[in-house]
Design a protein around this ligand. Sequence first.
Ligand SMILES: Cc1cc2nc3c(=O)[nH]c(=O)nc-3n(C[C@H](O)[C@H](O)[C@H](O)COP(=O)(O)O)c2cc1C
Length: 208
Amino acid sequence: MNLIEALNWRYATKRMTGEKIVESDLDVILETIRLTPTAYGLQPFKVVVTQKKELLDEVFEKSCPQIVIKQCSHLLIFKARKKLDSEYLEGYLKEMKRLRNSTDEYIDGYRSKILKVIDDPRINKFSWTIRQTYIALGYATVAAATLGIDSTPIEGFDAQALNRALKLDTDREEAVVMLTLGYRDGKEDKLANLPKIRKPMDLLVERI
Ligand SMILES: Cc1cc2nc3c(=O)[nH]c(=O)nc-3n(C[C@H](O)[C@H](O)[C@H](O)COP(=O)(O)O)c2cc1C
């Protein structure tokens, strides 16, 4: 499948078979998330990966009663950072210096640029980190499709209940979106063979 074929093939899968995806495919999806571009490269999120039945059952019962949670092979839970403190920022700049051997002058300039965002009271930091997180969600969805793996992006859940189930320190981070991975149950899923609903190109794209 080329990219467009894969994107036409994929759909937000409502029923899965429970069949497991192979570890090497999971690794490709996670590496895709790792390579996702983010503003300033800060990657202000983490991804919890689980295939543990007890946790999937708990997520289903307490936070997200969508049956695909119990039928997936793996569940990815994307957590966005609530704050970007100086410890986090300095850790990133240290890596930049180590990997690129950047000059102190360059690092200082880069720090100032980032601080303009971090210190800007008009910018809601959590909303900003959530936006970065959704880029990774999109990349993961595309990666899965190119591997012939089904997925469901899921926003419809009780975030507070999920934060509690994962024992998150909500001053630092929160679960914001999930992605199931697995294989469609084509017989049970009414959506499996329906045509896509998408705007025609001329209503979506303005060429100027
Ligand atoms: C951020 C996001 C959140 C979504 N949340 C849910 C959800 O909670 N449950 C669900 O069944 N589908 C969910 N969807 C799937 C969308 O409804 C679906 O992608 C959209 O209708 C387009 O259809 P398609 O992906 O099948 O082509 C979500 C999709 C996105 C991108």
